[in-house]
Design a protein around this ligand. Sequence first.
Ligand code: ADP
Length: 307
Amino acid sequence: VDTTSSFIVKGFFIFSSRIKEALTKKEDEKAFDYERASRIYQVKIMSLNYSWTLDDSTGLAILIMDVTEERNLSKTKSDFFSNASHELKSPLTSILGYQEMIDAGIFTTEEDKKDAVKKTIKEAKRMKAILADMCTINKLENEKQEDIQKIDLKDSITLSLESLDPAIKKMGLTVNADLKEYPVVSNQSDMDKLFQNLLSNAVKYNRKKGSIIIKMDPLKKFISIKDTGIGIKEENLPRSFNAIFASRIIDSIFERFYRVDNSRGENSIEGTGLGLAIVKHICKLYDFKVEVKSVFGEGTEFIIRTK
Ligand code: ADP
């Protein structure tokens, strides 16, 4: 609770009408949420009877609690549920559509049938990827992190680059990686996921024959992943680095299921919209900072600052 006197004095006048209103209600309804300076407060009002005083005077006790995190968490959870249902529904609808058309014998040529099956597989893979990312977020949120040990981030980056090799070759990308030993105390699988997501974005959103530059500085404690891709418009970036971790919900690439327009639609680049939400979550868990700099049309740089 903000206990500065100005808050209390100003607050008293602002609250007074709501307090009067609340006092006319039943005992269990004498509470309301109040928003001020980007925080949400729950105001609880209790009537007090000082029956021990001579004049039997009455009074009020007002309890003000900062419930910003609680309220935002429940909003995030319900948004996540409705977005997830929506995101899973669209591939499922196309799968059903194609299967019904195959069943009805609408595709006459072998080629058309094969094409429909291919599209069905693509949509099923999309559902699988969304579910896998949802499970990762759920694990990060609910499970105690185990297997925390000294590991080398160089291994996570090498592993990610190896798994992305076919995609890197397909795009004709040049990878300029200044790989160094970079010890941290954390969970191996979380670190693998962190770099897998950042590097797969650097590949996916790159241009043909573009490049990826990886810098590791264990002394200054940062890792930078820079690409020469499509870039991100200012409006889709968090307003400040701190905003990435702000409790208020903001529309940025770090939000769950948030995908920039060019990542949606017919010729879109495949993705779940959960990768950077996973990155944000992992960084928060290990007290890392994540920064993003981007020039639309030129490229993007993600910097991870470790402890
Ligand atoms: P997705 O599965 O869509 O890649 P992410 O959460 O990883 O989901 O990223 C969210 C959005 O941020 C992407 O849809 C894309 O528009 C944008 N984005 C992420 N990384 C990059 C990048 N390196 N270059 C350009 N755009 C990016």
